[in-house]
Design a protein around this ligand. Structure first.
Ligand code: BGC
Ligand code: BGC
Length: 652
């Protein structure tokens, strides 16, 4: 009922817009069509992969029957770490905590592993001995490319690179490895995978998206979910897995002009076909939590969209896990604040993510249930969903986090198996866009000059959501097990009898046979990564200057481009003999040399396998992607395919 009113109101707003904008004949049509703005039949009808299980439900009912309203509301709130301490957790029946992109135990940066684990154990004990029913605690973390908050962890390529591998089974293995490394630091829940289908490269979260093509996201979604959570009927949520979150539901990658947290203004069919493509397979693979998007759909914030969350997701799509709000996302709903938002709960958000005013939110929500603004049935439904997930994950019987397999064990972080998996992912994610006169692969016994800001910077090659929220602060020392692209090149080239010299700014004394120039975007994450042009040289002109300088010395130049999205780099490509899109590869920089450098015996070591999962732009205008320079799926090989690309503009 409430929802219909909103949509009617919304239709009316459109109608006003149309009256203002165009002729009255259109508005008559709009007036009669308002009911058709949404049609639930547009959405896939899904039968939950979990048949009704009365044993579980009875168990949960018994617990719910003993719970006070306070305990129930406490389950519906997830608090960010610096704002909740052990004393608070003992006093308030809060059901979940998170470390945000910039928070960790102790509140400071790069907290040592032991402190993560001991806090997880401490929280476990506190919750266990708290008054009332025992309901285990969830601790969520943004493990979006490995356990990227912890020193020494394996950092996998960001999703954009994984999309370019077109290798869902590999991505599943990455999910397994990520779960394994997350368990080490004591968390049981990850805010991944992002299933955004980014449409506009201006968006600073493009790299969190596997592809602009819904068909690719659809193939990857179930595999990453199975990797993180295990497979239903096989090892689902075993003690080696963690709870996953499909995010951000829905339309996060479709906002106007690529603005983060903006408005996705499209019809419902496009919303379903493009932006929701990953959700059906993720639900079928058993994803247990889904995060509401900050963004709006046609002017309505997702956190207040009862139709999409309650009717579509939980009804039509059979999702029986819980919906978590984004970080203070409820505060953006008109009429809400961080400390009060019955609208979001009524719309179907089961757990609100909140920072400092969490106690106010807790007390306000209790009051809103008492005065009928939020119905008790809604609360009971939310709590049932949350307990169901905790139960399915085996948390009720789980020992201390440090006693889970691998808990607290530093040798698991960045272990050889996970690092070689990451290195394989790096190799397979590289996309060769240009290879004039077969300059690549670099022959054995070559003298190679490595230049550019990205060559010896593991922080830069890892991008945002790496140790810190926006990334890029940490130097190589903070990645004790990682390797920069330079280190990988040095090893491979020296092994083949060649010699590497490194000069960030491109100066050299001895003339090299080849130059490898590693450059690209400096790290960013949500909000701060939005841009207004896709022209890389306009964003950062220095690399082009350096390329021109090197080119004027007639040196063969191999460019390795680090970026969170395809950018317009035609000028840089013109001044390069070979051009490789390397995305944001993470800690295993050696994967780049694996493909770029020939074996000591002169054979090709690894061929390129990556293919674009986002078309490459032919213009600085983000809106002109319909005519790309390189289409989706493009990527050259050493073997089998023509090497010099005709489409590329010639030097003039
Ligand atoms: C959190 C992010 C959040 C941001 C907002 C960070 O610490 O981790 O998730 O969006 O702060 O400022
Ligand atoms: C982001 C989410 C993230 C959350 C918690 C938000 O700002 O949008 O993707 O999971 O913060 O850090």
């Amino acid at each position: 009922m409430r929802n219909n009113q909103k949509y009617n109101f919304f239709g009316f707003a459109i109608l006003l817009g149309l009256i203002a904008g165009s002729g009255s004949s259109v508005c008559l049509a709009a007036q009669t069509e308002t009911e058709d703005l949404t049609n639930i039949d547009n959405w896939p009808q899904i039968e939950s992969p979990f048949p009704h299980d009365s044993q579980t439900e009875d168990y949960i009912t018994k617990i719910i029957n003993t719970m006070s309203l306070k305990e129930k509301v406490g389950q519906m709130i997830i608090v960010e770490l610096p704002f909740i301490n052990a004393e608070d957790l003992a006093k308030f029946p809060i059901g979940a905590v998170l470390n945000g992109g910039d928070s960790s135990p102790g509140g400071y940066k790069n907290t040592p592993l032991a402190e993560w684990v001991s806090l997880a154990d401490k929280f476990h004990d506190i919750v266990k001995t708290r008054d009332g029913a025992y309901i285990p605690l969830l601790w969520g973390t943004d493990a979006v490319h490995g356990q990227n908050k912890i020193i020494g962890a394996t950092i996998f390529p960001h999703n954009i690179g994984l999309g370019a591998t077109h290798n869902p089974p590999l991505i599943r293995k990455i999910g397994v490895a990520t779960a394994q490394e997350v368990i080490v630091s004591g968390q049981n829940w990850v805010f991944a995978p992002t299933l955004a289908v980014a449409q506009n490269y201006s968006w600073g979260r493009t790299y969190e998206s596997y592809s602009s093509d819904p068909a690719i996201v659809e193939k990857i979604a179930p595999e990453i979910v199975k990797g993180l959570q295990g497979e239903i009927g096989v090892d689902f949520l075993s003690d080696r897995h963690v709870i996953a979150t499909a995010k951000h539901f829905v339309g996060d990658g479709g906002t106007t002009d690529g603005r983060d947290q903006g408005n996705t203004s499209i019809n419902e069919e496009t919303l379903v076909k493009t932006h929701a493509a990953g959700y059906e397979p993720a639900i079928q693979a058993g994803v247990q939590t889904i995060m509401a998007s900050y963004s709006s759909w046609n002017g309505v914030k997702m956190h207040e969209n009862h139709y999409l969350i309650a009717d579509v997701l939980k009804g039509r799509m059979g999702f029986d896990g819980f919906v978590v709000g984004d970080w203070n996302g409820h505060a953006q709903v008109p009429g809400c604040s961080k400390s009060s938002c019955p609208q979001a709960i009524n719309a179907g958000v089961d757990m609100l993510m909140v920072t400092e005013p969490w106690k106010e939110l807790y007390f306000n929500t209790i009051k809103q249930v008492e005065n009928g603004e939020i119905h008790l049935e809604r609360v009971d439904d939310a709590v049932r969903r949350i307990l169901r997930v905790k139960y399915r994950a085996g948390l009720f019987n789980q020992p201390h986090p440090s006693l889970r397999p691998g808990g607290g064990d530093p040798s698991i972080l960045g272990n050889m198996a996970n690092r070689s998996l990451a290195r394989q992912a790096v190799r397979q994610s590289l996309v060769l866009l240009k290879n004039q006169d077969d300059v690549l692969p670099i022959p054995a016994n070559s003298r190679v000059l490595v230049v550019g800001k990205g060559a010896n910077d593991i922080g830069m090659q890892s991008g945002g959501w790496t140790l810190t929220w926006q990334g890029g602060i940490d130097r190589n020392e903070s990645f004790p097990k990682g390797e920069s692209i330079l280190q990988g090149l040095q090893r491979a080239i020296e092994a083949s009898g060649g010699k590497v010299s490194f000069s960030e700014n491109g100066d050299f004394t001895e003339r090299p046979d080849y130059v490898v120039m590693v450059f690209g975007e400096t790290p960013y994450a949500e909000m701060k990564g939005d841009i207004n042009t896709l022209s890389f040289s306009q964003l950062n002109g220095q690399p082009l200057e350096l390329l021109k300088k090197l080119k004027s010395a007639s040196l063969p130049i191999i460019s390795v481009f680090l970026s969170g999205r395809p950018l317009w780099v035609t000028p840089e490509m013109i001044h390069s003999d070979a051009f490789v899109a390397a995305w944001l590869p993470g800690t295993e920089g050696a994967g780049v040399a694996d493909v770029l450098v020939r074996k000591p015996n002169g054979e090709i070591n690894f061929d390129f396998e990556g293919r674009l999962s986002f078309p490459w732009p032919d213009s600085p205008e983000a809106s002109e992607l319909s005519k790309p320079l390189f289409p989706l799926d493009y990527g050259l090989r050493y073997q089998h395919e023509p090497t010099a690309d005709k489409r590329l503009p010639k030097e003039n």
